[in-house]
Design a protein around this ligand. Structure first.
Ligand code: ARG
Length: 589
């Protein structure tokens, strides 16, 4: 379906052509003087020079062509030659009806099937999730949903950090604590126990302990490196222990992500592509791309047009060990072979942007990926405390994800209990969790990803202003009006949209009509914040309309049905949008 500005411009273009001018002049834009008109066209000004005519004359002639227009209810040519436009209520209503009847509210689908892989979440096994991983999960989930809505085949991959030194550290600490376990006896040939020799709570405590020890004790670190080496070289007991660690850790992650309404299609990780490394490295050497530099194996990735220094991409360290970039390169290769993607999108902290620049260039240069595949890195900013400084816990650590979520949920519960004395605590708690998730996600997604933002529990949980709870409150308000209408015998299936009868109603309809324009931009720019900005404007337009309009009390049944139909559409669009942001609305709050 055409975007609203395209549809309107088409009418204007016909008018220019009809008056004997070139069509292209008929481009319509939103008015920058909303007090005077809704839309405007400056084509007559642009055409004046070419046609050696006063712009006002051209404008008058074009306006004349539009006298009978069904698209505009008013076309005014004003000095020195602007066309001020007002949309016809019938046309706007028709546009919304088409949106409502079509799939995806009129968003244009791609002509051919295309596949996108979104690499997000990226937690590290056995290390506690921190706020950075929250951003990656929240933004990535939304980018994934938006792309899926836009008609693409989308695969979300968590890309676990499951292969580095941290695994060796955990194994070392387990060995210290439970040396009697069969895993460390390399002469052992029997089966290993089915059950993991630790709980998730233990595991979470083991990593920080081991990491602390390795910083103080060089021999401990030495052992950890040796254990990492053994694991990476397939020593049986180490592999078996690693399997346990992954299983316990992944089960716990799944629970956490489920609470966040985040879902991955692939649970691959750095370990998944280890089998590809030797072959890939060999090919890079053979192809003449990789060469030795200070003992390490590197690929040059700088280009003549670079304005800053781009260091070579390191493939193997001097001790022969693979790096973060090596696994990322192999992962690209694996994805190309298995899924033949058209686009790969990575969502990480923006401090990793050099890493991805190097990896992307190296992947292209070494032909792991074709020129036609788009590689995109979305780097996000830092989450700061309320004071605008990087977030720290009281003891100076990085705040744990669970803590942030529980802080929000608690405050949400307090606010709900405060305004709803009648609500049983259990229900209030359930609702607080739903609204709390919206508070966190909206608080994050409403900022452009690359920007830093402040995690502000008070602001995020407020029912007023540009917040998740405000959006949900608006949806709940609509739901309750619709429920009342049904209680009084009305049927939502029978109502039909009708032309606006008040300026506030029209303003609401005009907001709704921007949906596919906004969605296209949100998709092509990987920009969930555009969805947030849209629903905030939409919720504001709805609330203004709601305060000025009798709906349930409207006596004229036909009028009332038209209003109810508009409420249904507003609710459907809002609910679709929040689903794209990765949260949902309760039935009451
Ligand atoms: N595990 C990494 C981290 O915690 C993020 C992984 C991002 N994805 C990737 N393909 N490199 O920083």
């Amino acid at each position: 379906m055409k975007k609203i500005l395209e549809a309107i411009s088409e009418e204007m273009k016909k008018a220019f052509a009809g008056a004997g001018y070139e069509e292209e002049l008929g481009k319509v834009t939103l008015s920058n003087r909303p007090d005077l008109c809704e839309y405007q066209c400056n084509g007559a000004m642009a055409g004046a020079k070419k046609y050696h005519k006063a712009p006002i004359m051209i404008a008058n002639e074009v306006a004349e062509q539009l006298k009978e227009s069904k698209v505009f209810s008013r076309v005014e040519a004003v000095a020195p030659g602007f066309l001020n436009l007002k949309l016809s209520d019938d046309f706007l209503c028709g546009y919304l009806k088409e949106m409502e009847a079509g799939e995806k509210f009129g968003m244009e689908m791609p002509a051919e099937e295309k596949t996108i892989i979104v690499d997000y979440g990226g937690p590290n096994v056995a290390k506690p999730l921190h706020v950075g991983h929250l951003r990656s999960a929240v933004i990535g989930e939304s980018v994934k949903r938006i792309a899926r809505f836009a008609g693409y085949k989308v695969i979300g991959d968590i890309h676990l950090g499951d292969w580095g030194l941290q695994m060796g550290l955990i194994i070392t600490e387990l060995q210290e604590r439970k040396p009697e376990l069969p895993y460390f006896d390399e002469s052992y040939t029997g089966d290993y126990p089915q059950e993991a020799p630790f709980t998730i709570a233990e595991l979470e405590e083991i990593y920080p302990t081991a990491s602390g020890k390795s910083k103080e004790d060089p021999s401990y670190k030495e052992k950890a490196m040796e254990n990492t080496f053994k694991l990476q070289n397939g020593v049986r007991g180490h592999r078996a222990l690693w399997d346990h660690i992954i299983r316990v850790s992944v089960a716990d992650m799944k629970k956490n992500y489920e609470k966040l309404n985040v879902e991955f299609d692939l649970w691959n990780g750095e370990s998944t592509v280890q089998y590809l490394l030797p072959e890939m490295v060999e090919a890079m050497k053979k192809g003449g791309y990789a060469y030795e530099s200070d003992g390490a194996l590197v690929v040059d990735v700088k280009e003549e047009t670079d304005s800053k220094e781009i260091p070579p991409c390191i493939i193997l360290k001097s001790d022969g060990a693979a790096l973060y970039s090596t696994t990322d390169l192999a992962t690209i290769s694996e994805r190309v072979t298995k899924y033949d993607p058209d686009i790969m999108i990575y969502i990480t902290d923006k401090r990793q942007s050099m890493h991805f620049e190097q990896v992307f260039r190296c992947a292209r240069k070494t032909k792991l990926v074709g020129e036609d595949v788009k590689l995109i890195h979305i780097g996000f900013g830092t989450v700061n405390g309320k004071d605008g400084k990087p977030f720290k816990t009281r003891d100076g650590g990085v705040p744990r994800l669970e803590k942030l979520i529980s802080d929000i949920d608690e405050e949400m519960l307090r606010k709900i209990m405060e305004s709803r004395h009648d609500m049983p605590e259990e229900e209030a708690k359930e609702i607080a969790d739903i609204v709390g998730l919206a508070a966190i996600k909206y608080g994050d997604l409403s900022n452009q990803a690359a920007k830093d933002y402040s995690f502000d529990v008070d602001r995020f949980t407020s029912f007023e202003g540009d917040t998740g709870p405000y959006i949900l409150y608006t949806i709940v308000r609509i739901k309750s009006i619709l429920a009342k209408y049904q209680e009084q015998g009305g049927s939502l299936d029978k109502v039909q949209l009708a032309p606006a009868i008040s300026p506030d109603e029209k303003a609401l309809m005009m907001e709704i009509a921007k949906f596919n324009t906004m969605m296209e931009a949100a998709f092509t720019e990987c920009a969930p914040h555009k969805v947030c900005a849209y629903i905030y404007d939409l919720a504001n337009a709805f609330n203004r309309f709601y305060h000025e309009t009798r709906i349930i009390a409207e006596e004229d049944e036909t009028k009332k049905a038209g209003l109810i139909a508009l409420l249904v559409l507003t609710k459907d669009v809002l609910e679709t949008c929040i689903d794209l942001l990765g949260f949902s609305a309760p039935d009451r709050m």
